[in-house]
Design a protein around this ligand. Structure first.
Ligand code: C5P
Length: 217
């Protein structure tokens, strides 16, 4: 049996940093499921696809090829092209959240995500990892924080990457994204009934990592 740890929660809760650190410490694979939706968003924006055109979006989801290369940092290739820089842009995240609400898109991307479950184990980060993609996972975490804390963290990350950012805009976008992700009909953002609920608002990343490792052990 391949062990799976799912870490679900809203954007900016620290899932990515925590998941990568845990995967590294345990020597497990890492699935950043948000980057799959983000890559699809980039492909749709590049091809100027209307987001309401479900069959066109689904066609791109079916045909796109994604490769994740672990160099010094994670490098993501979409149809052979390096899209790492565009992945973290706010427009990408917002577009991803719109297309992620399309049930047919989620169905197409389901198997691509399941394929990440390989020995020795997997840390999967997203919104529906513990509820839909890996409901059988042995360890499930729901990682959250207040919208204000999450917006401040996202702002800091973007500034550090040299990307222009505005805190009140980011707070507004985070709240919109929370609303869209929690209220959508298919695979909404909800804690799995068997998930360990962890609020990171007043915790450092190191403290969150320690709590997650304690939970697993
Ligand atoms: O986690 P990240 O911010 O990269 O995800 C971008 C968007 O992709 C989310 O706002 C969400 O709408 C969507 N997503 C999803 N299911 C996942 C991961 C991400 O619907 N498992």
């Amino acid at each position: 049996m391949i062990p799976v740890l799912t870490i679900d929660g809203p954007s900016g809760a620290g899932k990515g940093t925590v998941s990568r650190a845990i995967a590294h410490q345990l020597g497990w694979h890492y699935l950043d499921s948000g980057s799959i939706y983000r890559a699809l968003a980039i492909a749709c924006l590049a091809q100027k696809i209307a987001l309401e055109d479900v069959s066109a979006v689904v066609e791109i989801a079916q045909s796109m090829t994604l490769a994740f290369e672990c160099k010094e940092a994670l490098v993501v290739l979409l149809d052979g092209e390096d899209i790492t820089h565009q992945l973290s842009m706010e427009t990408t995240g917002n577009t991803a959240s719109i297309i992620a609400a399309i049930p047919e898109v989620r169905a197409v991307l389901l198997q691509k995500q399941k394929d990440f479950k390989q020995p020795q184990g997997l840390v999967a980060d997203g919104r529906d990892m513990g509820t839909v993609v890996f409901p059988e996972a042995e360890y499930k975490i729901y990682l959250t924080a207040t919208a204000m804390k999450r917006a401040k963290r996202r702002y800091k990350q973007l500034i550090e990457k040299g990307i222009d950012a505005n805190l009140s805009e980011i707070t507004k976008e985070i709240k919109n994204r929370d609303k869209r992700d929690t209220e959508r009909k298919v695979a909404p953002l909800v804690p799995a009934s068997d998930a360990f609920y962890l609020d990171s608002s007043d915790l450092s990343i190191e403290q969150v990592i320690e709590k997650v490792l304690n939970f697993i052990q």
